[in-house]
Design a binder for this molecule. Structure first.
Ligand code: SF4
Length: 407
């Protein structure tokens, strides 16, 4: 039976907001603006406050995956010495640069903007620093960043202090590149706006706690665009206010993202960008809704506080799921499972991203014992489709949903 994902009326507004962002980015130099590349949970608020165009290459990595360009481009980076085993955002992006091919061209834009400075945060992985250093060498521009604690339990003051100081220490180089002075009041304004974006994005995701859910993980991977690239900007706030209104109407009208929703699943790990449509269709056919995920929740930064800019940025960036140890990760998933009334957990073991694959150190078994919920593991990758089997995944998902039906 063919089933179609239910579109959001807000989608047109999102396309506009995202389109404007990409045009603005590529016109940066023309408009006399400097461009800073930033990792997904890097100090975007600081960069925006200093007048930079902020570009997130991981978003480009995801676009390369979703457009299925990645698999052909990755070997170009492999041939230059970047292993097929490392981050396939990195290898796809470098391959795209070498081949001069990008999804930007489908939008009639030349390609990603050249960086004037690259700013990383290793809170998610070491790969981002290696990735940015490639471009720093290519273009002879500064590559600066924050080295964050990883696999930590509770955040202590020493960790927060260290990260906060490192953020402050970025300022002299950023001032030099952009040619203007840092203004703390401007930073407070951007943090306030970023915080508002976070609150709205969280509310969007939380509508999925309703039964039936008005939104699925596959919708959210698209809807998260503004939260990823436009946090700190008014356009993201305006967009999520609109989307939230539509979602609340769906809830009031009992409109389900998955018609006849019978099963509710938690997705742990990265999306498989080139297979979003196929997977969404299969889950719809099985009347299973993926109602929550670690990934989409990773752009919630509730610690941000304009009255305490540096320390609150440090707290927000260092308390994300990916840089925590297994105990807080498991406590978090347990809370999500209860809040979203989840029947089973799907773990994506992404071959080239151990950092976002949480099924390698017995977590699924421990959580199954604790929560009594079935789980399954999908072996695949975020971008490299050579590491993914359609047939095997399809069969395993079918078997998993049968198991949920019997539970
Ligand atoms: S967290 Fe994973 S997907 Fe993201 S940049 Fe690092 S290795 Fe790549």
């Amino acid at each position: 039976m063919a089933v179609e994902r239910r579109d959001f009326e807000s989608n047109q507004a999102m396309r506009q907001v995202m389109g404007d962002y990409f045009v603005e980015l590529t016109k940066g130099a023309e408009n006399g603006k400097k461009t800073a590349w930033c990792t997904s949970v890097g100090p975007a608020e600081l960069l925006l406050s200093m007048g930079y165009n902020v570009y997130f290459p991981e978003n480009h990595g995801a676009m390369l995956g979703a457009s299925r360009m990645a698999t052909d481009l990755i070997p170009l980076a492999n041939a230059q010495g970047y292993s097929p085993d490392i981050c396939s955002y990195l290898t796809a992006d470098i391959g795209s640069y070498l081949a001069k091919q990008s999804p930007f061209q489908k939008m009639k834009l030349p390609g990603p903007p050249k960086a004037d400075v690259l700013v990383f945060n290793t809170n998610q992985c070491r790969d981002v620093k290696d990735w940015f250093q490639f471009y720093a060498r290519e273009w002879d521009v500064p590559c600066i960043g924050i080295h964050s604690p990883r696999a930590c339990g509770d955040l202590d003051l020493a960790m927060v202090d260290s990260v906060a100081k490192q953020i402050e220490q970025l300022i002299p180089t950023l001032e030099q590149v952009v040619g203007q002075k840092f203004d703390i009041d401007r930073l407070r304004e951007v943090i306030k706006s970023s915080r508002r974006c976070t609150e709205l994005w969280k509310q969007v995701l939380e509508t999925a706690a309703n039964v039936p859910s008005p939104i699925s993980f596959f919708d959210e991977t698209i809807q998260m665009g503004p939260a990823v690239v436009l946090r700190g900007q008014q356009s993201a706030i305006d967009y999520y206010e609109l989307l939230l209104k539509e979602l609340r109407q769906r809830v009031a009208d009992g409109v389900a993202a998955v018609e006849g929703e019978s099963f509710r699943i938690y997705w742990e790990g990265m999306p498989i960008w080139g297979k979003l449509k196929d997977l969404s269709t299969q889950f719809m056919q099985l009347k299973a809704c993926v109602v929550a995920s670690t990934y989409c929740n990773s752009w919630i930064f509730e610690a941000l506080d304009p009255s305490d800019p540096f320390e609150s940025m440090a707290r927000a960036y260092s308390s994300i799921f990916i840089c925590r140890s297994d105990d807080p990760k498991e406590a978090y998933i347990e809370e999500m499972v209860q809040k979203y009334k989840v029947n089973g957990i799907l773990y994506h073991d992404a071959k080239t991203c151990p950092n976002n694959s949480n099924c390698r150190y017995q977590m699924p078994q421990r959580l199954q014992t604790r929560l009594g919920l079935p789980y399954m593991i999908v072996n695949g990758d975020l971008n490299d489709l050579r590491l993914y089997s359609d047939e095997q995944t399809r069969t395993n998902i079918e078997a998993f949903v049968e198991q949920l039906a019997e539970a």
